[in-house]
Design a protein around this ligand. Structure first.
Ligand SMILES: Cc1cc2nc3c(=O)[nH]c(=O)nc-3n(C[C@H](O)[C@H](O)[C@H](O)COP(=O)(O)OP(=O)(O)OC[C@H]3O[C@@H](n4cnc5c(N)ncnc54)[C@H](O)[C@@H]3O)c2cc1C
Length: 403
């Protein structure tokens, strides 16, 4: 088996792994990226990008090009019941230029990051490389094996998402948060041009539905159900399921009847959240969904993954340059980042309860409360937190050896 050597082996070429790779390459650190997929058109990923993530991509010089490949800017986010707007997060009230929710296909984002990484001699990209084991020496992780590839590195980074193999191989408990468990039926429907682009959660008599316009000409629907709820529904057959969906999104009823012919036209996603018990070991560190997993509520996962990369970057540069890649040095990332991630997970859980719970009294007072709150400084603070996360995350450009 051919053995190659690098400074950092990044496992997983999602938003976290690619953004981190680019930051390290710009700092003169060699990176080998192992990604199990051969293309960036992968299984479904979320695509609503918060302003905080937009700012990171902009500073990395890839946001404009990714947007030019195709994207929709949404004015904000609404919780709607019938004609009533129960909650309205108006992103136009945030400072420009990051005053929208961006619906950006992940392939556009990943292609641009990958192209930027590809301009560095120190970058090795191994598409189709599924990591199956870790290489260890005296208890310290010092590489990975993916099929025919054995890559030795000072640090292995697990950026391989919510079902992280690296996390499993390292014996780190994912600590799944059962309170958040949901099933989501996920599908796209053709949609004509509409006036205003807003990400909406619609509530009606049935299960709440997430609806947003997605590039180039579709609407993304996410129909949320209590865990195990879909199985019970599906027992009634496709016609029943179709009727339920058509009632939930009546404006797309024709498209629902036309497009959903069998249950196979719907993807059922198991959505959960959680935080790994620890994010580092000797020679190994986790970031993004492998360290803390996020569902679609509140569209926070990509934002956090990109910001993780920014926070981990100086920790890794310091560790590699000082040749100290033990758990003590690498845990600095977790120490700095876990409080912010915990706060966002709490916010998402609150949003989930606000949107998915059924409480007539709360629904009645919520619009009036939202109107009052929207005129207070608290509204701006909450909006800023949703958009950028708690605290400020800035790229350490002073560590760059390449522009
Ligand atoms: C239904 C749903 C909708 C969502 N919608 C949104 C949204 O709109 N906005 C938002 O911000 N967040 C959303 N999220 C969350 C968001 O998708 C994640 O938080 C985000 O993708 C995490 O990025 P990541 O780079 O850490 O992981 P991922 O994007 O999961 O990337 C991990 C990468 O690792 C690769 N990989 C996995 N195993 C291996 C292996 N063994 N070897 C090599 N490579 C491997 C995968 O192919 C993948 O490319 C949603 C989540 C769900 C479930």
């Amino acid at each position: 088996m051919p053995v190659s050597t690098t400074d950092v082996a990044v496992v997983g070429g999602g938003p976290a792994g690619l953004a981190l790779s680019l930051l390290l390459l710009r700092s003169g650190i060699r990176v080998t990226l192992l990604e199990k997929s051969r293309s960036t058109q992968r299984e479904y990923r979320g695509e609503i990008l918060q302003p905080g993530g937009q700012a990171v991509l902009d500073e990395l010089g890839v946001l404009d090009a990714a947007r030019e490949r195709g994207a929709f800017a949404h004015d904000g986010f609404q919780l709607v019941e019938g004609d009533r707007v129960l909650l309205d997060a108006d992103y136009r009230r945030l400072p420009a230029p990051y005053n929208c929710l961006l619906s950006l296909p992940q392939a556009h984002l990943l292609d641009e990051l990958l192209a930027a990484c590809g301009t560095f001699d120190g970058f090795t990209h191994l598409p189709g490389a599924r990591v199956g084991s870790l290489v260890r020496e005296g208890g310290q992780v010092c590489g990975v094996v993916a099929g025919e590839h054995e890559v030795h590195a000072r640090v292995v980074v697990g950026a391989d998402g919510r079902n992280s193999k690296v996390r499993l191989l390292a014996g780190i408990d994912p600590v799944r948060d059962e309170a958040f468990d949901q099933d989501v039926l996920w599908f796209k429907l053709p949609a004509p041009e509409e006036g205003r682009n807003v990400v909406r959660v619609r509530r009606g008599s049935g299960a709440p539905v997430l609806v947003y316009r997605t590039w180039p000409d579709s609407v993304q629907i996410g129909w949320t159900l209590p865990h195990g709820g879909y199985k019970r529904l599906a027992e009634h057959g496709v016609a029943y399921v179709r009727e339920q969906i058509a009632c939930a999104v009546p404006e797309y009823a024709d498209a629902v009847h036309e497009r959903i012919r069998s249950l196979g036209d719907l993807s059922l996603l198991d959505v959960f959240s959680g935080q790994a018990e620890r994010w580092a070991a000797d020679g190994l560190v986790l970031l993004g969904d492998s360290a803390h997993t996020h569902g679609p509520i509140g569209a926070q996962g990509i934002n956090l993954a990109l910001q993780d990369a920014v926070v981990l970057h100086p920790v890794l540069v310091g560790a590699v340059r000082a040749k100290d890649t033990g758990v003590g040095a690498l845990s600095r990332f977790e120490e700095e980042r876990r409080p912010a991630v915990t706060a966002v997970l709490k916010l998402q859980a609150m949003q989930g309860r606000a949107m998915l719970s059924r409480n007539r009294v709360a629904d009645t007072v919520r619009p009036a409360l939202a109107r009052v709150v929207s005129r207070t400084p608290l509204y701006r603070r909450v909006l800023h937190k949703l958009a950028h996360g708690p605290g400020t995350v800035r790229i350490r450009t002073d560590l760059f050896t390449h522009p």
